[in-house]
Design a binder for this molecule. Structure first.
Ligand SMILES: N[C@@H](CCC(=O)N[C@@H](CS)C(=O)NCC(=O)O)C(=O)O
Length: 230
């Protein structure tokens, strides 16, 4: 049985990607949640994760004696071991394109990631409006997403980036959550894609768990003093 080590579902954008991929593809796995804490050396999180990964980070996939860390490596391992699930697009050109996007996500979008950390439970439209007004880097990152997604949705006809759901959509699922939380301005066809991603059963299951978590962590909260009511 595959085992996936993840962090808090409300906050851990990297954990969300392989979890959504596994769930959406219908691959059975066991989830092991390692609660976030300060990330200081010697913290409970670091001690727990040190037992399974040399990086001290989540996600980590365990398959028997094998451990795979880093999201892209996990996605590639799942694609290789579950060829029947077509996790990458079938066409080699489309597959190379999808890999480029995931690599770009992995190493890029620093302004959006830095200024708009994932926080599924929060509603931060006013904060998002200030970020949008003041941060050209965030506006440029969102424009890149709009250009990239528009071209793919047009080329492949939707509903997902390469037609059917693929690793690329799992990769951008946490980005969709950020765009929604901070209510960043989007053209209607891109807002529709964001909504479709949020409505995928695998994403919905993650969101439901994140909302049920109720684990407010100050160090993950640059914009809030307390959790949402209710
Ligand atoms: N490149 C890594 C990034 C993993 C990562 O940064 N994970 C965060 C949680 S979302 C983490 O474990 N942070 C702990 C730390 O920074 O000490 C991947 O793709 O998996």
């Amino acid at each position: 049985m595959l085992k996936l080590y993840i962090g808090n579902k409300n906050y851990s954008s990297w954990s969300m990607r392989p979890w959504v991929l596994l769930r959406q593809a219908g691959i059975a796995f066991q989830e092991v949640r390692v609660r976030f804490d300060s990330f200081q050396a010697g913290s409970q999180f670091k001690r727990s994760i040190a037992a399974v990964s040399p990086t001290g980070k989540v996600p980590v996939l365990e398959h028997g004696d094998l451990r795979v860390w880093d999201t892209l490596a996990i996605a590639e391992y799942l694609a290789e071991t579950h060829a029947d699930k077509a996790l990458w697009p079938a066409d080699p050109g489309a597959r190379a394109h999808a890999r480029s996007l995931c690599a770009e996500m992995h190493s890029g979008f620093g302004a959006l990631r830095g200024s708009c950390p994932m926080n599924i439970e929060a509603r931060l439209a006013d904060t998002g409006a200030l970020i949008w007004r003041d941060q050209a880097g965030v506006r440029a990152n969102v424009q890149r997403l709009v250009d990239m997604w528009s071209a793919l949705l047009q080329e492949h006809g939707g509903p997902m980036l390469f037609g059917a759901f693929s690793i690329a959509d799992a990769y951008f699922a946490p980005v969709c959550m950020r765009l929604a939380t901070y209510a960043l301005p989007l053209p209607p066809h891109i807002a529709d894609y964001v909504r479709r991603v949020q409505e995928l059963p695998g994403v919905q299951a993650w969101i439901d768990d994140a909302l049920a978590e109720r684990d407010f962590l100050d160090f993950e909260e640059p914009y809030r003093l307390r959790p949402a009511q209710g």
